[in-house]
Design a protein around this ligand. Structure first.
Ligand code: GAP
Length: 579
């Protein structure tokens, strides 16, 4: 929406960074109102997704060593499909070109070879210069920004492409803070970096952006979410099945969707419910939201099931334009087991049985006095291989000899030299790798959607105005305070009033420049829900006018009850028409 982008720049929500230097695509700065709105979204997220759920929040570094991303799979699997135009040398996301120039949706799930075929079959052209791309190769392009840690180039690092890895790598320590008890959640809000091939739509697709992620660690055999608390929430669900059948999203209660499909996972259902209610609260229009289930081929390398929250950010009268606000994924044990495999740490928790269990435990005590002279330096590896085998396959020790693989060679060891024994032991529990459910939200896209859904144009007293209908809780400024004129003591009283309101924690803009109507328009454009005017009557009877942004109705309120009235309006305890 061009009008919104202009408003965002003019009124200090967001603008492209460093335009004096020509600006680099994919980098945006939040201006004063945008920074406040972003901070409010983050606080609302923290309150709902961390504090209210009883989860801890951490703040990890944004640069991590290569080994972390080798383990996480990002080094090998975090690619987008790139095609370069032979004529103008512009780079493009090949799957986006296919989506834009054909009826194919979700082309992200196609392979490079398949996309090459589609470029040729559909005569796809370069959107910048119109040159044909039918013959061009499509490549996998890794989205991570690489850097060198410290002097020299041997210690390679990467800017994190998701905040999540900062939580996973330090799971062994975070587990201690949770006293090793599942389920527990760890939240994080912070920057993430992706070297996007074609950043677009202002803050919707940037190269440096903000995520708010929750990693919920749980035991799938034991832990259940509080489904009851969201059972009645009606969420707009777009199942994989409905997508395949060219169907539409439909509102279903979370209770029904989890009980009889399409949501198979209770935890995913719970978070779809929490997200629906949260979006409604922060000013996102649920009639322009859908939760879309990923098709199997579309899921990220780590995800077992995933539902994306998507919002329509088209302008009035345009075709819907869906952007992804969040992903709610079941990541299984993928991350913890990979970090365990790449380190010497255990990424598990001790899970206690209801009752202690007596089990048979096999062990070996290899006769090193015999193995040492015969196998020399290989003897220790043979002993380790025998230990592994005893844990996994007791029957291998039933014959005269036991076969183990060492350095690609099969070695036969006389069973009597293995010291194999089976004994009964009583165990209180076992070490398990927790599963992970991850609601992962893009803060910038949330801010953008709030603005698009709040944006409106109407006519007041024959004059057109632009207005952001933000919920009072989200508005960067709660109240504009104006003197009717800056004379006869009106200015002084209005300045004192603004200071008093700020002193009780309300966000206030003081404005005495220009005609009063223009001051109202300015506040309407930044979504200020209330404007207070100090006029001559105020000097006589100690009241001011309070104007409502949406209806433009005005009422007189006593100065001594103004702060409490505004706070109640902000918290939703009072509606303007009750004044
Ligand atoms: N940890 C999981 C993860 O990172 P994702 O779907 O790749 O999942 C989560 O990202 C959210 O981050 C997205 O739903 C989106 O809102 C936001 N996001 C991703 N790439 C972005 C970009 N280039 N610019 C702005 N926001 C982005």
């Amino acid at each position: 929406m061009k009008a919104l982008a202009e408003l965002a720049k003019r009124r200090g929500f967001f603008f492209q960074t460093g335009s004096a230097y020509g600006g680099v695509s994919g980098f945006y700065t939040y201006g004063p109102h945008g920074a406040t709105l972003k901070a409010t979204v983050e606080s609302a997220w923290r309150e709902r997704w961390a504090t209210r759920e009883g989860h801890d929040e951490i703040d990890a570094p944004t640069i991590m060593p290569e080994a972390v991303f080798e383990a996480s799979g990002h080094l090998d699997g975090f690619d987008d499909l790139l095609v370069e135009c032979p004529a103008c040398e512009q780079s493009h996301r090949a799957d986006h070109l296919v989506e834009g120039q054909t009826d194919i949706a979700e082309a992200e799930s196609y392979t490079a070879k398949e996309i090459e075929g589609l470029l040729a079959e559909h005569g796809i052209t370069c959107p910048s210069c119109g040159a044909p791309l039918a013959e061009e190769p499509v490549e996998q392009f890794n989205l991570m920004f690489e850097t060198a840690i410290g002097p020299g180039s041997t210690n390679r690092g990467y800017l994190r492409p998701e905040t999540a890895q900062g939580i996973f790598v330090d799971f062994p320590r975070l587990r201690e803070y949770a006293r090793g008890e599942l389920p527990f959640g760890v939240a994080q809000i912070g920057r993430a970096y992706r070297n996007e091939i074609s950043p677009r739509n202002a803050i919707v697709r940037t190269r440096e952006f903000n995520q708010a992620e929750l990693e919920l660690f749980f035991d799938p055999d034991e832990d259940e979410p509080d489904l009851e608390s969201v059972a009645d929430v009606e969420a707009p669900l777009f199942s994989a099945e409905a997508q395949t059948a060219d169907g539409e999203p439909s509102f279903q209660t979370i209770g029904a969707a989890v009980e009889s499909g399409p949501i198979a996972d209770d935890w995913v259902g719970y978070y779809v419910g929490v997200a629906t209610a949260w979006y409604d609260r922060i000013g996102i229009d649920l009639d322009r939201v859908r939760f879309r289930q990923h098709q199997a081929a579309e899921r990220a390398h780590y995800a077992r099931d995933c539902w994306d929250a998507e919002a329509d950010v088209s302008g009035p009268g345009q075709d819907p334009e869906w952007i992804e606000l969040a992903g709610i994924a079941n990541r299984g044990t993928y991350d913890l087991s990979h970090h365990e495999a790449h380190t010497d740490e255990r990424y598990r928790v001790f899970s206690e049985y209801d009752e202690p269990r007596t089990v048979e435990r096999a062990s070996v005590e290899p006769d090193m006095a015999a193995l040492g002279p015969e196998y020399g330096s290989q003897a220790a590896d043979i002993a380790a291989a025998l230990e592994d085998l005893a844990e996994t396959d007791q029957r291998a020790f039933e014959g005269e000899t036991v076969a183990v693989e060492v350095d690609g060679e099969t070695v036969e060891i006389p069973t009597e030299q293995t010291g194999f024994a089976v004994e009964e032991v009583t165990e209180r529990g076992e070490q398990i790798t927790p599963h992970v459910i991850e609601p992962s939200m893009g803060i910038d896209r949330t801010v953008y959607t709030i603005l698009v859904h709040a944006y409106d144009e109407d006519e007041i007293d024959g004059e057109e105005r632009t207005v952001l209908r933000l919920p009072p809780e989200m508005a960067p400024t709660l109240v504009g305070v104006f003197p009717l004129m800056d004379k006869d003591g009106l200015g002084e009283q209005a300045r004192n009033l603004a200071a008093d309101l700020r002193a009780v924690g309300l966000s206030v803009t003081y404005d005495d420049s220009g005609a009063i109507g223009r001051r109202y328009r300015r506040q309407d454009e930044i979504g200020t829900p209330y404007c207070v005017t100090v006029d001559y009557e105020s000097l006589d009877d100690g009241t001011v006018t309070v104007r409502d942004r949406d209806t433009t109705d005005q009422v007189r309120v006593g100065i001594d009850e103004l702060a409490a009235t505004l706070a109640a309006l902000q918290d939703g305890e009072l509606a303007f028409d009750q004044l």
